[in-house]
Design a protein around this ligand. Structure first.
Ligand code: SF4
Ligand code: SF4
Length: 328
């Protein structure tokens, strides 16, 4: 465990920027906090979560995969030679990235994702650096380095060899310093997740009637915002664009809230109503992924609830499920 002051933090980031394309939290004039290139603006070390989902840096909305030239030769898309470092991700965003890493690594591996993700560096930012200095829960280690904001600087802990090497020159501090913050953090995580986990149990037991999904689904305007902002949504479709030089094949984000998401060539649509599609969106995160991956694939990043114009993001729906269908 290390301790650092602002000058040392700047020195760490300057060092990282020599080998990585470093993105750090900055604020736009309208108040939006998002990741931008190091050195292009003022570093903003506290506030609301960064706007864009972290997975889009490795699985972008339009992701060119390959080119087929007119003679039939195939060339895979190139990736930047300098690896990426994302600095300032909170616990939820790191968990989402960890989930997608696992999903994309499952055989057959998603090579287009892996090649962008390999050699990347993740630096989490937690502790007293939330909105109004609120405590952001500690990560569970799904990063190379975690910086924990305190009143008098930052604690830094490494979870990988590369992280340890980057922190080697900084001052050691007794790991016990983390004691109180760790217990407060665990309490906060349990409180935040209680409703979602209770809703998940209800959905898994199939205690939610079809009428509920019809009622919630009727409020969906099929804008796809919930899926497009979600760091654990990975569905995509494939698009080919042909010109005189050949064909470029890309993948493009898809949304399970779209009417055409599962429509078959015959015209049959297994998800042919807003009710079915809304049920699927929630069921997938709270039940299907638990069965397949052993964990709920929502880490409460908050983006879908903030984005949904009709108030049916996952936390709102989970709260409604618990209110109406809880049996205890
Ligand atoms: S809060 Fe919404 S956007 Fe965030 S991980 Fe959960 S489902 Fe996805
Ligand atoms: S953001 Fe809300 S309205 Fe838009 S597709 Fe998702 S659930 Fe429907």
């Amino acid at each position: 465990m290390k301790h650092m002051q602002r000058a040392e933090l700047d020195s760490l980031l300057t060092h990282v920027a020599q080998s990585y394309r470093l993105l750090v939290p900055q604020r736009l004039e309208d108040g939006t906090r998002l990741l931008r290139p190091w050195g292009e603006g003022e570093l903003v070390l506290s506030g609301e979560p960064v706007q864009r989902k972290p997975t889009e840096y490795f699985l972008p909305q339009l992701d060119p995969l390959l080119k087929i030239d007119t003679a039939g030769g195939v060339q895979l898309a190139t990736v930047p030679e300098t690896p990426l470092c994302l600095f300032g991700l909170n616990r939820a965003d790191l968990q989402c990235l960890g989930f997608v890493d696992r999903f994309c690594a499952f055989p057959p591996q998603d090579d287009a994702y892996a090649v962008k993700r390999q050699n990347g560096l993740l630096i989490g930012l937690t502790g007293y650096c939330g909105p109004d200095g609120q405590l952001l829960p500690l990560t569970d280690g799904r990063c190379d380095i975690e910086l924990i904001a305190l009143a008098d600087g930052w604690l830094a802990q490494a979870f990988t060899d590369i992280g340890s090497a980057l922190l080697a020159e900084f001052n050691d501090i007794d790991p016990e310093t983390l004691g109180t913050i760790r217990s407060l953090s665990e309490k906060r995580i349990a409180e935040e997740r209680a409703t979602l986990e209770q809703a998940a149990r209800i959905v898994q037991q199939e205690l939610v009637p079809d009428d509920f999904w019809r009622e919630i689904g009727d409020r969906c305007i099929l804008c796809s915002g919930c899926n497009l902002v979600c760091p654990t949504c990975t569905c995509f479709c494939v698009q080919d664009r042909t010109d005189q030089g050949g064909t470029e094949r890309s993948r493009v984000w898809d949304s399970c809230q779209f009417d055409g998401f599962m429509r078959e060539a015959s015209g049959h649509n297994p998800l042919g109503s807003e009710a079915l599609r809304t049920r699927r969106r929630i069921h997938h995160k709270l039940a299907a992924d638990v069965e397949r991956w052993g964990e709920i694939s929502c880490f409460l990043c908050g983006r879908c609830d903030k984005t949904c114009p009709t108030g049916i993001g996952i936390q709102a729906v989970a709260a409604e499920i618990v209110k109406r269908f809880s049996t205890n």
